[in-house]
Write a protein that binds this ligand. Structure first.
Ligand code: SF4
Length: 223
């Protein structure tokens, strides 16, 4: 599998924020978010070919009980099924971070789904593909029905909430599993957006998630 990076850190977002976890980041994505914070897995995918045995050896070298399989889009990675089955055999709690555009019957304890809103759509040649793919309601419903899950939305402006409400309604999602996070890679921008986003969460009953990685390490890779 083409792996962009594999490292030990803290889960930075969502319901398991702060939990020590090994991150396995696959390279390659079917979307092209304008604000993608891992362009080395989407716009310019890079990485190293590792066998499943090599990945498992590296993961097991860390003292973690949690593993996060992320990307890019891990659901399009060849061997994703086998990888998750091997991680389960190793006794690890598996989170999969996905945009929810592709279904695979992976082994997973927390399906962390981050549907991409209109604020992610880029200008240029990828615009049409991104718009066509970014919300796949049938796939989202299937993932939610099969797995323990959370729905994470990246919010750049208050108007984004209209689209969140309509997706949540179409999926009949439980507001308690909907998590809003501020968009941004600069601590000052995140702080400013967090203040008004916290108020929106209080009004709508959604959960708020910080972006712990940015708070602690900014845009540094592999931490
Ligand atoms: S889905 Fe994730 S990895 Fe893919 S382009 Fe969007 S932010 Fe980047």
């Amino acid at each position: 599998m083409k792996i962009a990076e594999l490292f030990y850190s803290l889960q930075g977002e969502g319901s398991l924020v702060g939990v020590p976890s090994v991150f396995v980041r696959t390279s390659g994505c079917n979307l092209r978010c304008s604000w993608c914070d891992t362009p080395y897995t989407s716009w310019q995918p890079e990485g190293t070919e590792l066998s499943l045995a090599q990945i498992l050896d590296e993961v097991r070298a860390y003292p973690a009980r949690h593993v996060v399989v992320t990307g890019g889009e891990p659901m399009i990675a060849p061997e994703i099924l086998a990888l998750t089955e091997r991680l389960r055999e190793a006794g690890l709690h598996i989170t999969i971070e996905t945009a929810g555009t592709v279904f695979q019957p992976v082994a997973c304890d927390l399906m962390s789904i981050s549907p991409k809103l209109a604020n992610s759509t880029p200008e240029g040649p990828f615009r049409a593909q991104h718009e066509r793919l970014r919300i796949q309601t049938d796939v989202l419903a299937k993932l939610m029905a099969r797995y323990e899950h959370q729905l994470k939305f990246v919010i750049a402006r208050a108007e984004d909430l209209d689209e969140v409400r309509s997706i949540v309604a179409a999926l009949r999602a439980d507001a308690g599993r909907v998590i809003l996070m501020p968009e941004g890679v600069e601590p000052a921008v995140l702080r400013e957006r967090s203040v008004w986003l916290a108020e929106i969460c209080k009004e709508e009953g959604y959960r708020f998630s910080p972006r712990l990685h940015v708070d602690l390490w900014g845009s540094k890779r592999g931490v």
